[in-house]
Design a binder for this molecule. Structure first.
Ligand code: PDD
Length: 277
């Protein structure tokens, strides 16, 4: 892996942060995962914009500058030599003696880690995957991509233990999103997904899929829907930077549609693939 810490290239073993970093102590930080295909960033600017918005939401000043972060990301990918890479960006409020209220003086800790991308197995995309549903036990500002991911981690662990690809959250019977993905369903040739409000992450892949759907002339409904609607869907899929567009064929052991990736899902997958080529 190629690692940049606060703008400087460092050896992996030397890439360390303080025990009093607020990211470590409070989860007081933000992150992004960006994909590189064939040496080209996939919507890097959308990720940086989301990071900037998140920083504003938590009163954190990105004191190093977004342009510098963009330059470091590009440099790190070139230096890695990886044509297909995942770029992990993390920014925290920095180091200060432990006190909940924000420190008056601290400078951001910011990290860029480039790794070779590990795509999901082809058969997942060909045959579809299973998901489980779990209660959404997160806070109510899920639009902020904070590093406080324990609820997401617990959900993903439950999925893993159930032999499922993903855990889909529901809050009071309303389906929100996956533990690290957004969820779409198809019913009667219409595409449904949770509105981009405070209860979900406004996924970059989600936004790209909405653009694809529009291009394909699909009817899109950004409206909250219940668990029953999910079970009753004709098709379903999740989206995410590393997940891409992943068809779902089973929810809590119940078959979706014909138990194979749906037609509209496959249309969207094909268009998505084109954008990555
Ligand atoms: N996860 N919802 C949640 C809760 C997520 O954590 C993610 C991304 C998404 C999809 O967002 P995007 O399309 O911008 O990747 C939706 C990242 C990849 C992760 O935690 O690794």
């Amino acid at each position: 892996a190629v690692v940049y810490l606060n703008g400087e290239r460092v050896d992996y073993a030397d890439a360390r942060v303080s025990v009093e970093d607020r990211g470590f102590q409070f989860g007081d930080g933000l992150y992004e995962v960006v994909r590189v295909y064939g040496g080209r960033f996939f919507y890097l600017n959308r990720h940086l914009k989301r990071l900037q918005k998140g920083a504003e939401e938590i009163y954190m000043e990105l004191d190093f500058g977004l342009d510098r972060l963009r330059d470091v990301c590009k440099k790190a990918v070139v230096e890695s030599g990886f044509k297909d890479a995942s770029v992990y960006i993390q920014v925290t409020r920095g180091v200060a003696p432990r006190q909940h209220a924000f420190p008056e003086k601290s400078s951001c800790t910011w990290v860029v880690i480039v790794r070779q991308a590990k795509p999901q197995p082809d058969e997942f995309y060909e045959n579809g995957v299973k998901v489980i549903t779990v209660p959404d036990e997160r806070w109510t500002r899920c639009n902020i991509k904070t590093v406080q991911l324990i609820a997401n981690c617990i959900a993903k662990e439950k999925a893993k233990r159930a032999g499922a690809y993903e855990a889909v959250f529901h809050r009071g019977g309303i389906v929100t999103e996956g533990s690290s993905s957004n969820l779409f369903i198809v019913k009667d040739r219409k595409l449904f997904t949770h509105p981009a409000n405070n209860l979900i992450l406004h996924g970059i892949t989600r936004s790209v899929v909405l653009e694809i759907a529009e291009k394909l002339g699909f009817d899109v409904v950004e409206e909250a829907f219940s668990l029953d609607r999910l079970f009753d869907a004709d098709e379903a899929f999740v989206t995410g930077t590393m997940t891409e567009v992943m068809p779902i064929v089973k929810v809590d052991g119940k078959m979706i549609g014909d138990g194979v990736p749906g037609e509209m899902t496959r249309d969207i997958m094909r268009e998505f693939r084109k954008l990555t080529e």
